[in-house]
Design a protein around this ligand. Structure first.
Ligand SMILES: [Zn+2]
Length: 350
């Protein structure tokens, strides 16, 4: 016998089982008397299950997650959802409108969780997100991109010492899972402290829609929802092999100020001491090498040619087994790059 689910209560609304609705959560009062809202779309399945939140644009200029969530919400598959999905495509509305990472008080929202109702503007928004969204959820996925002219290989950052988080991270199917440290003030740390498994997805660059990270992210959420039993199991097993599990990562930095000429690409496997790039000057009179600090895979890369000495240029995730890593990267490139070209062709872009 099925137990009838209760309606889902949020922002003073009751969403009956089997229905979906957009609600507006008051995020702040502006100085022009206007109220600012955070739009939240809830899909409340007919049958009992976990409650997963998806959050985009915590950093207002990191917009790939906005598109990932938009694509997910269009999927007919959600009609058979068990449990509840809470989608918040734009958490930092201020930053999204102003095309910036920050809030008007010049703070970074992802350093102010869990926040406080009595805190700064940023602290208040963090607190509203914790109470209205995180506290109602059993799991979460937070979407980010590289910042400051840096692009990221699609990757999951998660505290994989927790078995539930590790399983979720592996199920997502991004080519790399990085066991990144929990940073104080981050949403990931605040969720961890509340024992809510949270994945952070990184992919692409700020202020862009990057096709491959968007596709990996969209497919990743579906895979996680299947893993949690919220969607039916896939008929076909994914072609993607196991992700590369990296325990740590290091940024290689510019060895001089000048023009940065990369010699590696995102997703490339590199050896320790391999040349990652050169720094020259506008007259071409000097040339400095940037050397890889470790063997690993390039998970982040500066996209701008202008560097000062010490600027982070290539982010290398350390890997122990190069053969396993090569297989994972090959399978990722085969699946997503070919698929992406097919899609562009179908959409008439080629
Ligand atoms: Zn971010």
């Amino acid at each position: 016998m099925k137990i009838e689910r209760s309606p889902f209560s949020i922002a003073g609304e009751e969403i009956p089982p089997g229905q979906r609705r957009t609600v507006n959560i008051a995020a702040a009062k502006m100085y022009n008397r206007n109220e600012l809202y955070m739009d939240v779309h809830v899909v409340h399945g007919r049958i009992q299950g976990p409650t997963v939140f998806l959050s985009g644009a915590v950093h207002g200029d990191e917009i790939n997650g906005v598109e990932i969530i938009r694509r997910l919400l269009k999927m007919k598959l959600l009609n058979s959802l068990r449990g509840t999905l809470i989608a918040v495509p734009v958490v930092n509305t201020f930053g999204f409108v102003n095309r910036t990472r920050y809030l008007p008080d010049r703070r970074d929202l992802n350093r102010f969780f869990p926040g406080s109702p009595k805190g700064s503007l940023t602290g208040q928004l963090a607190s509203i997100f914790m109470e209205e969204i995180v506290a109602r959820s059993t799991h979460g996925i937070d979407f980010h991109t590289g910042a400051n002219f840096r692009s990221n290989l699609p990757q999951i950052r998660a505290a994989i010492s927790d078995p539930a988080i590790k399983e979720m991270a592996m199920a997502f199917g991004a080519p790399v899972v990085l066991d990144a440290e929990l940073r104080d003030g981050s949403l990931r740390k605040a969720a961890y402290d509340r024992k809510i498994p949270l994945l952070l997805f990184e992919g692409g660059q700020s202020m862009q829609f990057d096709p491959i990270p968007i596709r990996v992210g969209t497919q990743g959420v579906v895979s996680v929802l299947r893993h949690l039993g919220m969607l039916p199991k896939a008929k076909q097993k994914s072609k993607c092999t196991q992700p590369i599990l990296a325990k740590n990562s290091t940024w290689a930095r510019a060895s001089a100020s000048g023009i940065f000429l990369p010699r590696v690409k995102l997703g490339e496997i590199v050896e320790k001491n391999q040349i990652l790039g050169l720094v020259t000057d506008p007259l071409g009179e000097s040339e400095h090498q940037i050397i890889s600090p470790t063997s690993g895979v390039i998970i982040g890369q500066l996209q701008s040619p202008l560097v000062h000495k010490g600027d982070a240029v290539s982010h290398v995730a350390a890997i122990s087994d190069m053969d396993v890593a090569e297989t994972a990267i090959d399978s990722f490139q085969n699946e997503f790059e070919i698929e992406s070209k097919m899609q562009e062709y179908e959409e008439g872009h080629l």
